[in-house]
Design a protein around this ligand. Structure first.
Ligand code: ZN
Length: 314
């Protein structure tokens, strides 16, 4: 078996209005726009990447904002919630911050942790999980004070009609079950970000339908050295993975899992600074070289995306 997977690399969701989406993730949640590109499978749509100061693996929330996207339905066969990690003691800060941004939030307890639940502007369920063991991380300098900043992912919840085969796959990936609460079965990997996958079996949950406000896929961290081995693990589990695809900032293998959720296995290398300087990440549209020849046409088709200065980082 290849070396265990430490956790989530990135999560990709479908959104609608790109400017509204970027304002929410950067100004309200305080993530940095680390890459401004296009959906490589549909270049008329942005692909926006938010994360810590460098967009390191385990911090990168990415969105395809289709301006005219119809709302999807969050439900079975999807990642039904995305959780970010905040320091213990930052809950009140975040409740106030979300309230001042007119974001409805509610607080609950789960596995002994305080969880703040809310949605992004397109209806995607998000959570902030407060933990004493949240790593210091490398958050952007602004606009959220470093002591309260989102550190990266805590994990995801997968809504499944039958979780057993997904559980078996997670175990092969190095995740171990650590507890059950209600219909939620928790699996944890050994990393310090994005290390939790909760499997939720709720027969009454609606069937998920793609669209704005839903997760498109969940990507896990692998290395280039183990990529082919992981691909073989997927085949051994009866899945039909793609070939290894060069996504410029990482290389990827995708596989639709038996529960319907699309998993990706993305390399930590080379990362978002491979084609832009750290100080200027996300400021301009970047394209992989195989799309550079179409830059004028691509830029003409994209809506303008002006960002507030707070997302810039010196
Ligand atoms: Zn991806």
């Amino acid at each position: 078996m290849p070396t265990d997977i430490p956790g989530i690399h990135h999560v990709t969701a479908v959104g609608a209005d790109p400017a509204r989406n970027a304002a929410f993730y950067t100004e309200t949640l305080g993530l940095r726009l680390v890459k401004r590109s296009v959906n490589q499978d549909d270049v008329s749509v942005y692909h926006l990447f938010y994360g810590d100061r460098t967009g390191s693996p385990g911090t990168s929330m990415t969105v395809f904002p289709y301006p005219d996207a119809a709302p999807g339905q969050v439900g079975q066969g999807q990642a039904s919630a995305v959780a970010f990690l905040i320091p213990d003691g930052s809950v009140d800060f975040w409740i106030d911050r979300l309230a001042s941004a007119d974001v409805d939030a509610e607080t609950t307890e789960r596995f002994g942790d305080t969880v703040v639940r809310f949605s992004d502007p397109d209806g995607l369920p998000l959570e902030l999980v407060a933990r004493t063991d949240a790593p210091a991380g490398d958050p952007p300098e602004r606009p959220v004070p470093a002591e309260h900043a989102i550190r990266g992912f805590f994990g995801v919840t997968l809504s499944l009609s039958d979780a057993d085969r997904t559980a078996t796959l997670l175990e092969a990936m190095g995740f171990e079950t650590t507890g059950t609460e209600g219909r939620r079965r928790r699996y944890e990997a050994d990393g310090d970000l994005g290390y939790v996958v909760d499997l939720s079996e709720d027969p009454d949950a609606p069937q998920g339908r793609p669209g704005a406000g839903t997760v498109h896929h969940v990507a896990f961290q692998v290395t280039r050295e183990t990529h082919a081995e992981w691909r073989q693990v997927l085949i051994d589990h009866g899945l039909r993975p793609t070939d290894i695809i060069d996504r410029k900032w990482f290389e990827s293998v995708y596989a639709r899992t038996s529960g319907g959720v699309l998993f990706e296995y993305a390399t930590e290398e080379p990362g978002y600074t491979v084609d832009e300087e750290l100080a200027h990440l996300g400021e301009r549209l970047v394209l992989p070289e195989w799309l550079e020849g179409r830059r004028d046409e691509i830029e003409a088709d994209l809506p303008s995306l002006e960002l507030h200065d707070t997302v810039r980082q010196e």
